[in-house]
Design a protein around this ligand. Sequence first.
Ligand SMILES: *[C@@H]1O[C@H](CO)[C@@H](O)[C@H](O)[C@H]1NC(C)=O
Ligand SMILES: *[C@@H]1O[C@H](CO)[C@@H](O)[C@H](O)[C@H]1NC(C)=O
Ligand SMILES: *[C@@H]1O[C@H](CO)[C@@H](O)[C@H](O)[C@H]1NC(C)=O
Ligand SMILES: *[C@@H]1O[C@H](CO)[C@@H](O)[C@H](O)[C@H]1NC(C)=O
Ligand SMILES: *[C@@H]1O[C@H](CO)[C@@H](O)[C@H](O)[C@H]1NC(C)=O
Ligand SMILES: [Fe+2]
Length: 459
Amino acid sequence: MEPHMLTLFLLLIAALLAHAGAGITSSYRRSLLGLSAMPFDADVFRPPPGYNAPEQVHITQGDLTGRAMTVSWVTPHHPGSNVVRYGLAADNLTRFAEGTVRRYAFGGSYQSGHIHHATLSGLDHATVYHYAVGYGYENVRRFSFKTPPAPGPETTIRFGVIGDLGQTAHSNDTLAHYEARPGDAVLFIGDLSYADNHPAHDNRRWDSWARFVERNVAYQPWIWTTGNHEIDFAPEIGETVPFKPFTNRYRTPFRASNSTEPFFYSVKMGPAHVIMLSSYTSYGKYTPQWTWLQDELTTRVDRNVTPWLIICVHSPWYNTNEYHYMEGETMRVQFERWVVDAKADIVFAGHVHSYERTHRVSNVAYDIANGKATPAFNVSAPVYVTIGDGGNIEGLATTFRSPQPDYSAFREASFGHATLEIMNKTHAYYEWHRNQDGVKVVADKAWFTNRYWLPTDTN
Ligand SMILES: *[C@@H]1O[C@H](CO)[C@@H](O)[C@H](O)[C@H]1NC(C)=O
Ligand SMILES: *[C@@H]1O[C@H](CO)[C@@H](O)[C@H](O)[C@H]1NC(C)=O
Ligand SMILES: *[C@@H]1O[C@H](CO)[C@@H](O)[C@H](O)[C@H]1NC(C)=O
Ligand SMILES: *[C@@H]1O[C@H](CO)[C@@H](O)[C@H](O)[C@H]1NC(C)=O
Ligand SMILES: *[C@@H]1O[C@H](CO)[C@@H](O)[C@H](O)[C@H]1NC(C)=O
Ligand SMILES: [Fe+2]
């Protein structure tokens, strides 16, 4: 071997060794077929039988701790009843809540159905309630849900985590896989219907999406984070108010956490304090979101009551995919110090259509001048999970940056969903379920230890 060849060879070996033991880039490659939206006549979009039957039923937590639940639904032809009847037994719905009804128009050609929102309050924690909508008309539809346990360190909860779902056959697999072993609630990390990928933001895709996910979200609360596909800013068709379809169709309990806008807020559910941030609402110093988050972390989070602190935000702060690389950087710079100081356990993000989990790193030491721009292990830092892999129409983000940075623990370009099971004050079990061509496979899993109560050097 020529001397310079030998040098090259040794350098190559050294480079390979330097990255041995670093993160895993999974070699599993899934088929890229079937990415278009399911057709309007697909079984999952079928309206319920009966004239003007309530459809698109969905629920979300209606207050700070889960003693209220907001029920939303659409009646297609006329307003119908605004009432939700509910009670402890399916055949004895003794209580009722009166809601509101609204419609909205979009782009000059779309007119929504009649969108109802009603909040059932005064509920007991950890209790099953039955409810029905469509009273006063023939087509009553019946559902049920269970309220979360009262906030407390001895409680448990199992979250599903889904992002960037959309309405393709892959989206349907993701939902079916979650339903095969559902949790108590879904943390939805933004980008719901992808209606805006259709001509003139075809808002019929908001309706079809809501009919598609009803089979789960009518029975357990989905906690909403907003993504870029909720903005629906379309001045070319006269739509200049951001988040118009989303805010007409979906409720968040933002006032309960003293937020002033529906896009950033928090809920407490059993052992967890969950904060939803908005990548698409201003977050610079002195803005409402900045002020609210500072207040939230310093006055409303109490780890004695809710040992686990979870943050959901659409655009990731740590992402090693070429797709949307560094888009979340300005928000990271603004908020990371607070989040590490607060010893948050996990930050879930979406947006990037692949899966990634990081080690516990922070970049808080960097101050532009000192050159310390490499993320460093920090025992107080959260794990960052990117879960924008629900299966939407835009397809997978398959190009990861190479070599895999040390802070990236596991990454794979597949669709799927995660579950997070909080066992007690110190331990939570986490799994990512890949959609392996229609079959659910656990492709990544980890035990997380609580940063506040058990800040060990491991996960
Ligand atoms: C229906 O519920 C009410 C209040 O919860 C209760 O007082 C009543 O006994 C129940 N009726 C039946 C038939 O179960
Ligand atoms: C969606 O998934 C459900 C549950 O697996 C199945 O019954 C249904 O036929 C699927 N629909 C489509 C259009 O893939
Ligand atoms: C919200 O603000 C009001 C007025 O400052 C205060 O009384 C209340 O305790 C706050 N609630 C929460 C959940 O922080
Ligand atoms: C780890 O995080 C803490 C809390 O934000 C911070 O004070 C400390 O400087 C960080 N350590 C490193 C090595 O970045
Ligand atoms: C918490 O759960 C973990 C996992 O199940 C278990 O190993 C640990 O002993 C539990 N801690 C307590 C205090 O029960
Ligand atoms: Fe997105």
